[in-house]
Design a protein around this ligand. Sequence first.
Ligand code: GLU
Length: 381
Amino acid sequence: MAAVRAEWGSARRIVIKIGSSLLVNTETGALNREWLASLVADAAALKAEGKEIILVSSGAIALGRKVLGLPSGPLRLEDNQAAASVGQIDLAHAYEETFKASGLVAAQILLTFGDTEERRRYLNARSTMETLLRLGAVPVVNENDTVATSEIRYGDNDRLAARVASMMSADCLILLSDVDGLYTSAPGLDGTGQLLPEITEITPDIEAMAGDTGTELSRGGMVTKIEAARIAVGAGTHMVIASGKVMNPLARFTQGGVCTWFLAHSNPRASRKRWIAGALEPRGAVVIDDGAVNALKAGKSLLPAGVSSIEGSFDRGDAVVIRNTCGTELGRGLSAYSHEDAQVIIGHKSREITELLGYRGRDELIHRDDMALKQGAGTGE
Ligand code: GLU
C-alpha cells in the first residue's frame, strides 16, 4: 500500500462522516456494533496521536424505521422524523458506550440548518464544539431530523459534514461510505471506470463523473459528495472519500488505502479570515486605543478594555470594522456582543463583564480567530 499523503500528517482537526449503510445492516436494521467498535478504536488512536476528532454520524432514520415497522423505500417527512427520533437514542447510546470502552467521552450535537447558516447560532455551535474538544470529548454530530422540515434541512450528512468542517476550521474531512472514491465512470458497469486518487479542481468533467450512486439507506450519492467537496475546499479543508466497508477503516486509510483526495488550495485559517474581511457587510465599528492596536498587531484578541467607542447597531456575531482613534481601518471582526451590551462593557476589564451584564459572556469583544487585520495596520496612521 502507498503511504498516506502529507496533508494527512499535518492535519490536526479532522471531521469524519459515517454513512448509514456502514453502521446499520440493511436487512435487519441492526447496528453493526463490531464495526463501530473498530471505528472508535481507530478514532481513539488518532486522538492519542494529538488529532482532534469530530464525528458526523448518520444512522438515526435507518435504525428507527425498523423499530417502528416502517416499510423500506422513501418515507414521508413525518415518518422520517418519527424514525429519526427513535433511532437517534440508539445511535447516541451506541456511541456513548463504545467511546466509554476506549476511555473517551462522546458528546451528542444535533444541528439544524440555521445552526451553521445564521451567524449568531453558528458562533454558539462553534464555541460549544470548541469547548468539547478542549475538554477532550468527541463531538458526534447529526442533523436534528425530528424538527427539520423539508425546506430547511441539510437533507444529507455529506453536506452537513462539510458545513461542520467549515464551521470548525477543520484541516481534513473524511467521508466514509460504501464507495472508495470517485471513479471516471461507475465501476462495474463497463469495467473501464478508474479511481481518481487526487482532484485539485472541481471541474464540470468531475461533476459529470459523479452520476448518482446513492443506496437506499444513505441519501447522499456521489453528487452530494461533490457538493460537500466544494464547501470543504472553499473553506480551506481537504476532503477525502474513502471506503468504510472494512473493519478499522481509518487505520486502513492512514496506511495508504485507496481513496480520492479533494485538495484545498488554502488553509481553514486563511479562508476564514478572507470570509470575515470580504464576504460580510459590516454592521458597525469599534474604535480602539493604541494599546489595543499593539495587542492586535501582536496577534492578541480585542478585549473590551481596549475599546474607546462603538458605532452602528450590530448584533452578536455581526461583522464590525476595527478602527484606530485617527479613523484608519485596521481590519474587521465578528463581535461577541451586541452593540447594546458592547456599549456597557467597553473600557472595562473582562472580569467585570458578569457584574455589568448579569451574565458571563466571552472575555474578548472580538476573538483573534474571528478577526482579519489588514496588512500593515499600525498605530496612529
Ligand atoms: N441524518 C440522517 C440519519 O441520521 C442521515 C442523512 C444521510 O444519510 O445523509 O438517518
